[in-house]
Design a protein. Structure first.
Length: 324
């Protein structure tokens, strides 16, 4: 949908609305490729900078501007992924993708603060589906940059391998092999597939997360252990900026004990049920400030994985918009 400002520009630059209209798709693509809203927005901004750096004649010579923007965005993301691997090797503790708030909560959260002239945050443009499920994004982190780009472009966005080859600078056959390798990684990691009945699955997870929240608030260690899979894992990401465990906590009893320990050290912590990357999760606030966003994955009706993001740089969408 075009905004009034976009429509107003059409008289000066034919086709501008179509170019700007690609932004939502590009943000969706870049977030899935990079796992970071901030990096996704930067990649898309750079993509548009390169478009507007061309002359009008150069722009008009491009047969499909949308395909050009996607190709450039994909190449930029590929470069970012290559440098990100080196950065994450130096990262303090575990690295978890940046969590996304639910779109409706995001809109209500910024309704009173942005104003008519305020910019729309990239999180508002992300389409929440199984390809932004935290469990899925975590598996993507284990892929090589080329595997991730080939897989996301083909299996999620349905681009043909001939077009993906333009992004990766490889043959279509090589891109097909990369996507196949990525699928094997997903299968070997047992990443959850889309449920047959996503509504029922969401309702079931919401109930389990609510029980988990109540047990944590009550400091009921026995109840927590009962809600967790015996081989459950809790991974926390503080980025070296806040205190948290640097390695995953494994086992239901160990996780329950750790959670009770945290509850004792942080009196006044408020737990809120919120959608995180499209799935029921929890947000922890202290004195009205979001300090942790937790995502969950289930196995056999119990919680098998918990991802707790505490790095304040990754909580920007949750702290700047009054998620309460």
């Amino acid at each position: 949908m075009n905004t009034p400002s976009e429509a107003g520009h059409d008289g000066f630059e034919p086709g501008l609305s179509a170019i700007v209209g690609e932004r939502r798709k590009l943000i969706n693509l870049a977030y899935r490729l990079l796992g970071s809203l901030a990096e996704a927005e930067d990649a898309v901004q750079e993509t548009y900078a390169r478009w507007y750096a061309m002359s009008r004649q150069q722009q008009e010579a491009i047969e499909s501007p949308g395909a050009w923007l996607t190709t450039v965005a994909g190449r930029i993301c590929l470069d970012v992924l290559g440098s990100a691997r080196a950065r994450r090797e130096r990262y303090v503790g575990e690295w978890i993708p940046e969590p996304l708030p639910d779109r409706t909560e995001w809109i209500s959260g910024r309704a009173g603060g942005g104003g008519a002239g305020g910019s729309v945050d990239p999180a508002d443009r992300i389409t929440l589906d199984e390809s932004v499920n935290m469990a899925f994004l975590v598996v993507l982190e284990a892929m090589t940059p080329a595997e991730r780009v080939a897989f996301i472009l083909h299996d999620v966005f349905r681009y043909p391998f001939a077009e993906i080859a333009e992004v990766l600078g490889r043959t279509p056959v090589a891109c097909r092999q990369l996507a196949s390798s990525a699928r094997r990684r997903i299968h070997s990691a047992q990443a959850p597939a889309a449920p047959a009945d996503p509504v029922s699955a969401t309702v079931g997870q919401a109930g389990l997360v609510r029980d988990f929240k109540e047990a944590w608030e009550a400091k009921d260690i026995k109840a927590l252990v009962g809600l967790l899979d015996p081989d459950a894992t809790l991974t926390a990401d503080g980025g070296g900026l806040v205190g948290t465990v640097l390695r995953p906590v494994e086992g239901s009893e160990q996780i329950a004990q750790y959670l009770i320990h945290i509850a004792g050290k942080a009196p006044g912590l408020t737990l809120l049920e919120r959608k995180v990357n499209g799935r029921p999760g929890l947000v922890a606030q202290h004195s009205g400030v979001t300090v942790t966003v937790a995502s969950f994955s289930l196995t056999g009706g119990r919680i098998s994985r918990i991802w707790a993001v505490r790095n304040p740089e990754k909580l920007r969408p949750w702290t700047e918009n009054g998620q309460s």
